[in-house]
Ligand binder design. Structure first.
Ligand code: PLP
Length: 393
């Protein structure tokens, strides 16, 4: 029904992953000619998006006028329906607020509710915007490292509590976790929510990876755990990772607290922001109304890509990989190779001709790891694995 094996040529499409990376590699690693390098880095997929989304955008394009618009009730109901069906989470549609992306939403939330010098706490390693945005806004970033546990990560709740006691204003949660692919347990989320209540910390729950979860695991929206209604929580959700439409630019903040919503509305007015553009709104509605089969099939395909990578990389000297519980990103532990990050990156780029992410991109806590994106046809994954092997001999 869906053909995830099909190879699509993304070169010369203004793709960050396939085109712009050459400039970055030149600047950072002195790579002169990146034409033979296979990109398995930034988090988008090399799969064609669901036809139902293309059809919805095309249908909208067929009307020749693109005047001012608003997000329809049908679109909001589609969002509500998806989270109800897929995540057992009932969202009131009047609590939805729209933004161009989860990253700009994080920036807006931090700007609205904190001031320069305030402490923003995160658990590292983590998606770089979590420290990049607060630093750029002159907030103080408090890093609490996650604790490695059998190829996965756990929270260090006593360290978190120490930090919260010292006056943290906001905690940003990545759930499921990028880059570790951890699906947090209900127990962990409850502990986190209780700590946020106890120390009056605003909890931002970035759940952009919620829909790509492998068999045996279940994503739990933070808003559905015990006491969540007593906490100050803003959840960021989006169809962009799930359906490979990051370039469409759309994200949703779920803000059940009336006071928080009022403040965010004031900020929206202050910055003259609008909701989704007409094409994004059409894409979001179609994705959440009609994209279910595609996501299930895509997740199964990515899961089997993961199995392939785990099987073939784990046999390499000094490399340890555990299948993640979610996301299409695989976190590769190379610490036992004895190579430094710059050594392994040069090997990957020069000998392997493979572009994957260095672990310290996710903070110092990621040193010793590489992140590989396996949301691509199996043929590409096999090629990537061969390149990885070549880099290490
Ligand atoms: C945890 C997390 N949040 C946000 C984003 C990006 O969100 P957006 O493209 O909506 O700004 C990513 C992309 O990889 C991510 O991993």
């Amino acid at each position: 029904m869906f053909n995830f094996d099909e190879l699509h040529n993304r070169k010369n499409t203004n793709s960050l992953k396939w085109d712009q990376f050459k400039e970055r590699l030149k600047l950072k690693y002195n790579v002169e000619d990146a034409s033979e390098i296979l990109p398995m880095w930034v988090a988008d997929m090399d799969f064609a998006i669901p036809q139902v989304i293309v059809d919805a955008i095309t249908e909208r394009l067929n009307h020749p006028i693109f005047g001012y618009s608003y997000v329809s009730d049908e679109c909001k109901n589609a969002i509500q329906g998806w989270f109800e069906r897929r995540h057992n989470w009932h969202i009131e549609t009047n609590t939805l607020m729209f933004h161009q992306g989860v990253v700009p939403a994080l920036a807006t939330i931090l700007e609205t509710f904190t001031k320069p010098g305030d402490k923003i706490c995160i658990s590292t390693p983590v998606y770089p915007a979590f420290f990049g945005i607060p630093s750029a806004q002159q907030r103080e970033v408090i890093e609490c490292q996650l604790v490695a546990a059998e190829g996965s990560y756990k929270f260090d709740f006593s360290a978190l509590e120490e930090q919260f006691k010292a006056g943290v204003k906001v905690y940003i949660l990545c759930s499921p976790h990028n880059p570790g692919g951890v699906v947090w347990s209900r127990e962990d989320l409850e502990k986190l929510v209780d700590l946020c209540i106890q120390y009056d910390v605003l909890l931002i729950s970035d759940e952009i990876h919620a829909d790509i979860v492998f068999e045996g695991y279940k994503h739990i929206p933070t808003m559905t755990v015990k006491n969540a209604d007593k906490a100050k929580i803003i959840t960021c959700i989006a169809p962009t990772k799930t359906f490979n439409i990051a370039g469409v630019h759309a994200a949703i903040m779920v803000v059940p607290d009336n006071e928080l919503r009022a403040q965010l509305n004031k900020d929206k007015q202050a910055h003259g922001r609008d909701d989704l553009n007409v094409l994004a709104a059409a894409a979001v509605r179609a994705a959440y109304e009609k994209g279910e089969d595609w996501v299930d099939a895509m997740t199964a395909y990515v899961s089997s890509n993961m199995d392939y990578v785990v099987e073939h990389l784990n046999i390499l000297d000094g490399i340890k990989v555990v299948k993640p519980q979610s996301t299409y990103l695989i976190w590769i532990d190379y610490r036992e190779t004895g190579l430094s990050e710059s050594e392994i990156m040069h090997r990957m780029l020069e000998k392997g001709k493979l572009a994957i992410e260095p672990g310290t991109k996710y903070s110092e806590a990621g040193r010793g790891f590489l992140r590989m994106n396996v949301a691509c046809p199996l043929e590409t994954v096999k090629d990537g694995v061969e390149r990885f092997k070549r880099a290490l001999v």
